[in-house]
Design a protein around this ligand. Structure first.
Ligand SMILES: [Zn+2]
Length: 272
């Protein structure tokens, strides 16, 4: 079955973690300025280069941004909104959910929510976990906050209605997989032993093969990147060439997660 009324769904998504990428791992990381500067690349340079590429190809995307980053960089949020991108919820401090108490989890949700409302004037429609973990508390919060979609799980190449405590909700899950993210290929730091940097053309091959298969099977694709990595010079060429590959196919709908999931919901409910 086709999952939208407008063609093959392709979502380019970006998690703008910036310094929280490191402070989430270690609260003392803010005392290490060179480490922190690897996160600062996201708001200083990477996100602007990503926006340039998206503008060139006429693509609107979803940016999942921690509340702390939203509050620290109003100029980035303003530029993203001006280009028609969507700002979605990505916690407040990016702390790893499995280390939090239920009270801390709620605080992460509420503070991130309020930061986005203050910056954009509207509640975020979607939520993505920091560091790919959830707890039963998280699932309850997704329902309580009324998110229209979630992009968290790794169990399919198709959207589905999220089930929370055995009850099917209206929240559309947009799953993805690590192979369609940028961090495994490009996140390198001395404190992350064993990491290597991959050649961007190799990643273009990987993502293109993923796309070609999903397109042939009439599934969907979510690409999840970080401006800290994909916004580097060679990453921007990779992103541009991947968009060219996707746009070279007929009947592809590249858009924000909120618009695509709204379209999917009706079809999913009808099929249920
Ligand atoms: Zn993140």
């Amino acid at each position: 079955m086709s999952f939208t009324t407008r063609g093959f769904p392709m979502m380019l998504t970006f998690d703008l973690d910036c310094e929280t990428m490191w402070t989430a791992r270690d609260p003392e990381a803010h005392k290490r300025p060179i480490l922190m500067s690897q996160g600062a690349y996201g708001w200083k340079r990477g996100v602007w280069r990503v926006m340039d590429v998206l503008r060139r190809y006429g693509v609107q995307s979803t940016f999942f941004i921690p509340g702390q980053v939203v509050e620290a960089h109003p100029e980035v949020v303003e530029a993203l909104l001006k280009d028609g991108h969507e700002i979605a919820h990505h916690s407040h401090t990016h702390r790893w959910i499995v280390t939090l108490t239920p009270e801390e989890e709620r605080e992460e949700m509420e503070r991130g929510q309020q930061a986005i409302i203050a910056a954009t004037g509207a509640a975020p429609r979607g939520w993505r976990s920091p560091a790919a973990e959830v707890t039963p508390v998280t699932m309850d919060l997704i329902k309580e906050y009324g998110f229209s979609y979630s992009s968290n799980f790794f169990d399919d190449d198709a959207p589905y209605l999220l089930s929370i405590r055995d009850e099917t909700t209206d929240c559309v899950e947009l799953p993805f997989r690590y192979i369609n993210t940028d961090s495994p290929y490009f996140q390198f730091a001395k404190i992350l032993p064993g990491r290597t940097i991959t050649s961007p053309p190799q990643v273009l091959d990987t993502w293109s093969w993923e796309f070609d298969t999903l397109y042939a099977e009439d599934r969907m694709m979510v690409l999840a990147c970080h401006p800290e990595f994909i916004g580097q010079p060679s990453g921007a060429i990779l992103l541009a060439k991947f968009i060219e590959h996707v746009q070279g196919h007929s009947g592809v709908w590249i858009d924000r997660c909120d618009r695509i999931s709204d379209d999917m919901r009706g079809l999913l409910k009808a099929a249920a």
